[in-house]
Ligand binder design. Sequence first.
Ligand code: GLC
Length: 422
Amino acid sequence: MTYEERMKWFREARFGIYVHFGLYSILGRGEWTMYSERIPAAEYAQLADQFNPAPGCAKEWVETAKAAGAKYMVLTTRHHEGFCLFDSQYSDFTSVKHGCKRDIVREYVDAAREAGLKVGLYYSLLDWRFPGYFEPEKYPQSKEALLKQIHGQVRELMTNYGKIDLLEYDGGWDAKLKLDKQGWADFWQADKLNAMVRELQPTIIINDRSGKKEDIETPEQVVRAGKELMTESCMCIGDSCAWGYTRFNPNWKTSEQLLQHLIQAAQLDGNYLLNIGPDPQGHIRNEEIERVQQVGIWLQKNGEAVYNSERCDLIGSSQPGLVDLNLQGPWTRKGNIGYWCIFRWPGNTATAVMVDTPVKRVTLLATGEEFKFQWNATTGRLQIFGLPALPPDPLASVLKVEFEDIPRRKKEEDLSSWISGN
Ligand code: GLC
């Protein structure tokens, strides 16, 4: 199977929901609490018996992802604290042996599959309970034990839950932050690890956080184009670095911001993985539900502009802030159709510049209403007339522009030619 074939569903999906859930959810201070407060492992381990999420919580996560219009999900099967949400021969520190005594990964995988969502698993390589992670030279046996556990647990995850679509490693960096990516990959024996994964799950997509390049890059808290691989930009709805439940979390992003990030990711031919951090019972807080639902409502009407979209060469304009000299315009594309996603509605007339391809028809994607337009083949200026004075959609309105060919951007050979209008 080629890279393109393997990536097909992922590219079409564009939008996923990330779920951070673990013992840290009980504390409500984010997923880094064990380390940032230097809580000794034995003391932290006592949380395991309090881990008692409500029955059916995984269904709730899946329902939220569906309502958001997401096409796949990724669950933290174990974060840096080392607590596993699955049954493991390699550790007793699991949700099956403590607290609720349930295999949360199984519940999640079943619920996601039943809802038709692709299934992603997150797995942290580093485990803060092992001195051999922090000081591998000083504690070689602990490092060996850690590696044995990782290779064994990844095998379990890849064997016991049917077809897994996506594997997202994390925590690949070395504690002293000295190694380069190859050094990380060597430390985790990523070549061997991923060869096993691919043998067990031949169609799986793997991220690059083990230090080994593989299929996708996963930048955090920013939306950007891939440097070498296709990109999945992941982000919190609240503050950065509060992926796990953070009880007091003042800076929620608005639905408008979330949608702009999603559209921007699609414009850059990448995906957007938006995180929710369920509370100790596994429930998703209203602040998160409301916001992702708004995105879902928008996608119901405008999803054509996002799912399975391709990169578009065109630029704005008529949108303050989004026009610049040669950067990305707010367009996506499918074949000869351009989708102009307008966040800052211009009023009755929308103007796009540097359009090199003849236009056949312009409609509002959400309603099909058609608009008059004028395209100047010499200057490349496209004007769309008779639009409503107020934005038709408060989040973003999409003009569907049908071209005679794949829309291309016109080169401005003489940067001053627009002054005379010729
Ligand atoms: C990071 C953080 C982590 C978070 C993750 C999300 O590397 O360490 O807490 O889970 O990225 O992708």
